[in-house]
Design a protein around this ligand. Structure first.
Ligand SMILES: Nc1ncnc2c1ncn2[C@@H]1O[C@H](COP(=O)(O)OP(=O)(O)OP(=O)(O)O)[C@@H](O)[C@H]1O
Length: 330
């Protein structure tokens, strides 16, 4: 195929050419293999490469881009947390298996070690963190490459503070992320994430807002929508969604609907009971694993009513209004 023909089916290959300072339009009717002799070996040596590496690299680039287009290529059926020890050095009693499509809440007093457990999973701990826990993916220990690679990471973490380091608008940020994921309909997915984030956020924001100017709740909402709709990561860790001023139940539903393994550290009864099960952490160690019972699920309905009433009052207070006492729950 000529370079023009290749560009037609894979427009993103232009990036590869530009990394060698080659303008593909200039050689559109040539074949890739001809570039070596047209430009000469010295040209490639000047670029710190060789014509052979240029050709080999092209095929590698194509393979990686294709893999990206088809998602991360990474599916995870289960994560296992093998016992470590609590803050007194006492061994945890059992290991925990987390499966695809399951939501697990992590509950326990302040300072008990909920964030530590999330951090162990995030770093795929191999007995090398303060808890001594070991994390297995689909029953096997991850290799160093999986643990330390910054590319194609399969765990997405939504932490309590979202700090953006780049001064881009919301639209530019989402477009850049969508481009890097090589999705086909960039403007469609950008709009979908933006609309969803605005539904989740307490206060709406515009596409032109610089990400660094978003409030805590708005940036959290943006990251939740982005993680649910664009990130291929099959594992999502959430640290205390409740303090962020986002619609927590909708956020959870959005993440669950994407068939991921979701772990959420929480002090919120509504979130804890929305999960399929909850891990109880005490003094740095996992002490219990409780399945959410049918009675608890039933109770969840009344909790939701109380919660929506609370949200209403919170919004009235925020808007500087007086509280409406007409509702029987008030
Ligand atoms: N098994 C352990 N061994 C040693 N240190 C631990 C262990 N588990 C947790 N810690 C440490 O205890 C401290 C508190 O833990 P962490 O921040 O995870 O608590 P938390 O439950 O998330 O608290 P909060 O609810 O306030 O966010 C951290 O410094 C953490 O590293």
């Amino acid at each position: 195929m000529t370079i023009n023909e290749l560009r037609k089916i894979m427009p993103w290959i232009e990036d590869y050419f530009s990394s060698f300072a080659i303008d593909p339009l200039q050689f559109g009717n040539k074949k890739l293999e001809e570039l070596g002799s047209i430009l000469g070996e010295d040209y490639f040596i000047e670029q710190g490469s060789s014509s052979l590496t240029f050709i080999d690299g092209f095929f590698l680039f194509m393979e990686q881009a294709r893999a990206l287009q088809q998602g991360s290529g990474f599916t995870v059926e289960s994560l296992s947390v093998l016992p470590g020890h609590n803050k007194n050095g006492e061994k945890e009693a059992f290991s925990v298996d987390l499966k695809k499509g399951e939501v697990t809440a992590i509950v326990g007093p302040t300072g008990s070690g909920k964030s530590r457990l999330l951090a162990d999973i995030e770093s795929l701990a191999q007995e090398d963190t303060p808890t001594g826990r070991k994390i297995l993916i689909d029953g096997r220990s991850p290799g160093d490459e999986e643990r330390f690679s910054t590319e194609g990471r399969f765990i997405a973490q939504l932490s309590q503070n979202m700090n953006f380091v780049m001064d881009l608008s919301v639209e530019e940020f989402l477009t850049m992320h969508a481009e890097s994921r090589m999705v086909d309909e960039i403007s469609y997915i950008v709009k979908k994430i933006y609309d969803t984030a605005n539904i989740l956020a307490g206060e709406p924001f515009s596409r032109e807002t610089p990400v660094t100017e978003l409030s805590g709740g708005q940036s959290r909402a943006l990251m939740i929508a982005d993680t649910a709709l664009l990130s291929p990561a099959p594992v999502v860790l959430i640290d205390e969604i409740e303090n962020a001023g986002v619609d927590k139940i909708r956020s959870l539903e959005l993440l669950i609907s994407n068939n991921k393994i979701v772990l959420i550290s929480t002090h919120d009864p509504l979130l804890a009971l929305s999960a399929d099960q909850r891990l109880v952490i005490q003094n740095g160690g996992i002490s219990k694993l409780l399945k959410t019972t049918p009675d608890e699920k039933k109770y969840l309905k009344s909790l939701k009513k109380i919660d929506s009433k609370l949200t209403l009052i919170r919004n009235q207070l925020r808007r500087g209004e007086e509280i409406d006492f007409r509702d029987p729950l008030a």
